[in-house]
Design a protein around this ligand. Structure first.
Ligand code: NAD
Ligand code: ZN
Ligand code: ZN
Length: 386
């Protein structure tokens, strides 16, 4: 019935299916209005793939100010369907992948490559994104169609299925860039979720000699072993001690936090937002660097730690000073890396898709969210197929 109708009615009069947030631990696939061109430099993209991210889970769990009704989805790829009159580089039918950041390309921060902190797309806040609370009025792409603003800048043409270039591969790479991972170095990555896996993979691509990856999810640790990293299971004891034991007492040159504020305390199962930062300050050798793509929030009213509720973390800052450690953090500037990472894929030197665990029809999104949130049944990276 629906199919027959859709053959007769022009697309713009239809309503599309989208993943809509209904409240804590509940998403539904519902009909919402199709996006429309709002500015001459917009395109409308027919979504072919949109991944579920660890960042979506913060909203899904009701930990953010996200209100019911928001459409999720910031890791988007598809085919250009409609082109605004001011667009010069894209045509209907082009296959494109979008950075999760919405950026203008011409502000002071975009000019310097800091597209994660664009000053014009989200008034009152540095940085915009699709389908994300506080990141501007941009509807998410876990849907059939998506409006892409400043499309000449934000849509990167590609040949194949490169959905991981929207966020996860560049963000993992960003972790290694923040820590300036260099050939021959030893690296400890905390978290073997998609971001940690891509950080470990990027560290190996950059020539690191030894890459440890800490997590407790067996399927995720197994994948790390397969790419040549050394898995460390934190449910089996203090990860810092385990790494030191394997290095004859020594620490590592660089550390990456790909966990963020929802970290689990090793040996227990409660949340402890400082445990990974603490461990990194212990395990990274003096003069080393920490890359922190894992997300921390200015306030976490839903959190368990009384300081973290107010966005304050108790970390051994004196130790950090004593060791002369440097650190970098923040949103990934995807546009800064994704062209080069795409070319690594085309050249056959990178194949980040090993992290994709499930290709799922859009209608099954509620189940996928539930299982990904519980990190069960091998759910690591889900690509939704509208
Ligand atoms: N900076 C950016 O631009 C950016 C972009 C995307 C995602 N993120 C953030 O990166 C983080 C990871 O994202 P993801 O998609 O990989 O999510 P994820 O939640 O799937 O992965 C986190 C992993 O950390 C593990 N973990 C929990 N406690 C740990 C501990 N104490 N030590 C080691 N591992 C621990 C979990 O078992 C899980 O496998 C999230 O906070 C997400 O919001 C940041
Ligand atoms: Zn993401
Ligand atoms: Zn900008």
């Amino acid at each position: 019935m629906f199919v027959e109708e859709s053959m007769q009615i022009p697309r713009k009069k239809q309503r599309m299916r989208a993943v809509v947030y209904k409240g804590p631990f509940k998403v539904a696939v519902e009909q919402v209005p199709d996006p429309k061109i709002q500015h001459p430099n917009d395109v409308i993209v027919h979504i072919t793939s949109s991944c579920i991210c660890g960042s979506d889970l913060h909203m899904y769990e009701g930990r953010t100010a996200a209100q019911p009704g928001i459409v999720f989805g910031h890791e988007n790829m598809g085919i250009v369907e409609e082109v605004g009159t001011g667009v010069t580089t894209l045509r209907k039918g082009d296959r494109v992948v979008m950075p999760f950041n919405v950026a203008c390309g011409f502000c002071k921060n975009c000019e310097r490559g800091f597209t994660g902190f664009c000053l014009t797309v989200n008034p009152g806040f540095a940085g915009g994104a699709y389908g994300y609370v506080a990141m501007g009025p941009y509807t998410g792409g876990q849907a059939e169609y998506l409006r892409v603003p400043f499309a000449d800048f934000n849509a990167l043409k590609h040949e194949e299925d490169f959905a991981l270039l929207a966020d996860i591969f560049p963000t993992g790479y960003h972790g290694t860039e923040l820590a300036q991972v260099s050939p021959g170095e030893s690296v400890a990555v905390f978290g073997a979720g998609p971001v940690g896996a891509m950080a470990a993979y990027s560290a190996l691509i950059r020539g690191a000699a030894q890459v440890f990856v800490v997590d407790r999810v067996p399927e995720r640790l197994q994948k790390m072993k397969e790419i040549g990293a050394i898995p460390i299971d934190f449910s089996k004891g203090d990860p810092v001690q385990q790494i030191r034991n394997m290095r004859g007492g020594d620490g590592v040159d660089k550390g990456i936090d790909a966990v963020g504020y929802q970290a689990i305390e090793p040996g227990k199962s409660n949340e402890s937002p400082t445990t990974v930062l603490d461990a990194l300050i212990q395990i990274v050798n003096p003069t080393g660097m920490l890359g922190i793509p894992g997300l921390y929030v200015p306030a976490d009213p839903g959190g368990v730690d009384p300081h973290a509720k107010e966005g304050r973390l108790l970390i051994p800052f004196g130790k950090l000073f004593e060791k002369g450690l440097r650190l970098g953090t923040g949103q990934c500037n995807v546009k800064r890396y994704n062209r080069y990472l795409r070319d690594l894929i085309i050249a056959g030197r990178a194949k980040p898709s090993f992290i994709v665990s499930h290709n799922t029809p859009l209608n099954d999104a509620p189940t996928a969210y539930d299982k990904f949130d519980k990190r069960i049944e091998g759910y690591t990276k889900v690509i939704l197929k509208p």
